[in-house]
Design a binder for this molecule. Structure first.
Ligand code: ADP
Ligand code: ADP
Ligand code: ZN
Length: 214
């Protein structure tokens, strides 16, 4: 089962994918987190090339992104399928994903669009905290950790992302709006829209209903 979660930054893709990965056993693949791993944790060659784009809130070139994703979906933990969060972001990536899955005798099974209004996105991103170690996502108001600055899941240090600053957020939303429109066209007829402005559990229940085989 291959599921794509679409939505603007802050829509809740990461939060929902992490919860769904636990309930469904599918692997959670998040390109943002993959980049952070390559850039800050492992300092790979790919990370070095992606860093300037990442830090400016711009899309990393398709060639780098697609190569990284192909390697990731070949991992043994993806045998049952996965939840894509933050990928694809461009038509070229969408086409490359269809191709890569076809080579494995698979296809995209569900596309879920998590819809949230822009003012709410800015509010969510301004209060977002991520775990440096495991990537878990918190919000200082709507889902705070038990101890400020410390991850409930792994005890890791929480930090606010460089690209969640208001100046960069605006740039990211602009880039993403353009790309999202094209992706919604590409997946037309296959997309199911979910109301992302419910509480976290409410959104989760709606997505689970969409991806559960009927
Ligand atoms: P995305 O992966 O789409 O960028 P995240 O999952 O990182 O979004 O969520 C962005 C921020 O909003 C986080 O701080 C998260 O805790 C918070 N958040 C996620 N879903 C909800 C929700 N349904 N209601 C309120 N806050 C939410
Ligand atoms: P958010 O969770 O707010 O949607 P991400 O963590 O997904 O943000 O992405 C952070 C940054 O990583 C983006 O601004 C971009 O530089 C890079 N990135 C993430 N996904 C992709 C992708 N599919 N293609 C190109 N660049 C990407
Ligand atoms: Zn953690």
């Amino acid at each position: 089962m291959y599921v794509i979660l679409l939505g603007l930054p802050g829509a809740g893709k990461g939060t929902q994918a992490a919860n769904l990965a636990e309930t469904t056993g599918l692997s959670h693949i998040t390109t943002g987190e993959l980049f952070r791993d390559h850039i800050y944790r492992r300092g790979t060659e790919l990370g070095r090339k992606a860093k300037p784009y990442y830090e400016a809130g711009k899309l990393v070139p398709d060639e780098l992104t697609i190569g990284m994703l192909r390697e990731r979906i070949a991992g043994p933990d993806c045998a049952l399928g996965c939840l894509f969060d933050g990928f694809p972001r461009t038509l070229e990536q969408a086409e490359a994903l269809d191709e890569a899955l076809a080579e494995r005798g698979a296809a995209v099974d569900r596309v879920v669009y998590i819809k949230v209004a822009e003012e709410e996105l800015v509010r969510r991103l301004a209060g977002r905290w991520n775990c440096r170690q495991c990537g878990a996502v918190y919000h200082e108001a709507s889902s705070p950790p038990q101890r400020p600055g410390v991850c409930d899941r792994c005890g890791g240090e929480l930090y606010q992302r460089e690209d969640d600053k208001p100046e960069v957020v605006r740039q990211r939303l602009e880039v993403n709006l353009r790309e999202l429109g094209k992706l919604l066209d590409y997946y037309e007829g296959r997309v199911v829209e979910v109301d992302g402005q419910q509480d976290i559990d409410g959104v989760g229940r709606e997505i689970l209903a969409v991806i559960s085989p009927s």
